[in-house]
Design a binder for this molecule. Structure first.
Ligand code: AMP
Ligand code: MG
Length: 420
């Protein structure tokens, strides 16, 4: 007789015994330590979340400079200048952007050429764009009359030193990196990138680049999980594939738990004879197994080893990916200090009928297209939990609620977009 361990039976599970998905997410969140904080160079901080507010370290702009390529003048000198009746000023030299040695001064009756971003010379109070001037035997002819301060960017006019730029909990964008560095903020205190150890389990698994023996398959979950962890902005290490023995699992888990913020495993959590993951976690710490009201991804385990959460996902590749999305992504985003825990969501109209098992929330792999400005969804292909083709083709996961078993074309579904 087959020796089924774990749940210890082979009968169909009653939906009432299933754990609601949101309860399990909450369990994982409870197992998390608070985010670690670290100081990083601002240039490397895009995507990270500020732990402290940030203030301008320097005024912006740092010195009074020209907004145009043109001539720095005393505005009063050109009160009577016009297109047909220009006023001529003496050419007093030029100032370029960059460090300035001896800087010419603008005195009444003279003009100094200035380039965009160059310091406006002392004495000048306006810049006339070069397009409104012409050369003249006695200097430069001005065909327009500027107002005082025209085309002059005054020191500190955008930001004074100490201005609050960004609040705590803000997630830095590339634009923010530009802003902070422009005001001299070279370092920021942020939530550290979570370190995630990915462990795959299974005697049948072969890493890339080796020939398959009969009965072996390629380890696709390991590289897939490492890639999605990295894409999310965490630091992934990949240990595995590990053999299906308690001893091997205990050895690898002990190592991986010691310097990771989370260990994510795939495989070995169902009721098969080789499913030893929960036993191994239990040897080193605490563990709980469950059956989730979710398809794909029903068998799950969660543990803690020396304070490190261990999230064990089922091994079928689509189950692994969907479980990661639904259960692990929100937890890692919390460790990242983020408050937006889910992928972007929207609603779409079904173009084909779909079915879903009673008592489970399904996550269908769907393709999306836009028709007259509205999103439409249809299955991306075979929905088996081993079918990576449809997962790869999918634009989104469509959520079918627990109590729904069928939806006809034309019905609305919530979709989680598989975009970053
Ligand atoms: P398990 O959850 O260990 O019972 O595995 C369920 C199914 O997923 C089996 O068909 C495994 O061969 C397959 N599987 C498990 N781990 C992986 C993996 N890392 N890559 C690809 N397939 C896997
Ligand atoms: Mg297995």
């Amino acid at each position: 007789m087959t020796n089924f361990v774990g749940h210890g039976r082979t009968t169909v599970t009653d939906p009432h015994e299933l754990t609601p998905v949101d309860d399990w997410v909450a369990e994982i969140v409870r197992a998390l330590a608070p985010p670690r904080r670290t100081t990083v160079p601002t240039a490397e901080a895009a995507g990270l979340v500020l732990v402290r507010p940030v203030d301008a370290a320097e005024p912006l702009p740092p010195f009074t400079n020209s907004a145009m390529d043109g001539w720095a003048v005393v505005a009063d000198d050109l009160e009577d200048a016009s297109g047909d009746d220009p006023v001529v000023l003496t050419d007093g030299g030029a100032v370029h952007a960059g460090p300035v040695g001896s800087r010419p001064t603008v005195t009444p009756g003279t003009a100094v050429a200035v380039m965009t971003g160059a310091p406006v010379p002392p004495g000048a109070d306006a810049v006339v764009p070069v397009e409104l001037t012409s050369s003249h035997a006695e200097g430069v002819a001005f065909h327009a009359s500027p107002s005082p301060r025209e085309n002059v960017r005054a020191a500190g006019e955008e930001l004074a030193r100490g201005t609050r730029l960004l609040p705590a909990r803000h997630r830095l964008t590339a634009r923010d990196v530009g802003l902070l560095l422009s005001t001299g903020v070279d370092e920021v205190v942020v939530a550290a990138r979570p370190r995630v150890s990915v462990v795959t389990t299974g005697n049948e698994l072969v890493p890339a680049g080796r020939d398959l023996e009969p009965g072996q398959i390629r380890d696709s979950n390991g590289p897939m999980l490492a890639a999605v962890v990295t894409e999310l902005g965490c630091v992934a290490t990949f240990a595995g594939p590990v053999r299906d023995t308690v001893e091997d699992l205990v050895r690898v888990l002990r190592e991986q738990a010691s310097d990771a913020d989370m260990v994510v495993l795939s495989g070995g959590v169902s009721a098969g004879a080789a499913d030893h993951v929960a036993t191994a976690i239990g040897r080193l710490g605490e563990v709980r197994r469950t059956k989730l009201a979710m398809q794909p991804g029903m068998p799950q385990a969660l543990g803690r080893i020396d304070g490190t959460p261990i999230v064990a996902l089922p091994g079928n590749p689509v189950s692994t990916f969907v479980s990661f999305e639904v259960l692990v992504r929100p937890a890692l985003r919390i460790l990242q200090g983020r408050t937006d825990l889910l992928r972007p969501r929207t609603t779409a109209t079904l173009d084909e009928a779909v079915t879903s098992p009673a008592g489970k929330r399904s996550y269908l792999r769907v393709r999306l297209r836009q028709v007259d400005g509205a999103w439409h969804a249809r299955p991306a292909g075979g929905q088996g939990s081993h079918m990576l083709g449809a997962l790869s083709r999918a634009d989104a996961l469509a959520e079918i609620p627990v109590d729904v078993t069928r939806l006809d074309p034309g019905r609305q579904v919530v979709v989680q977009l598989l975009v970053s």
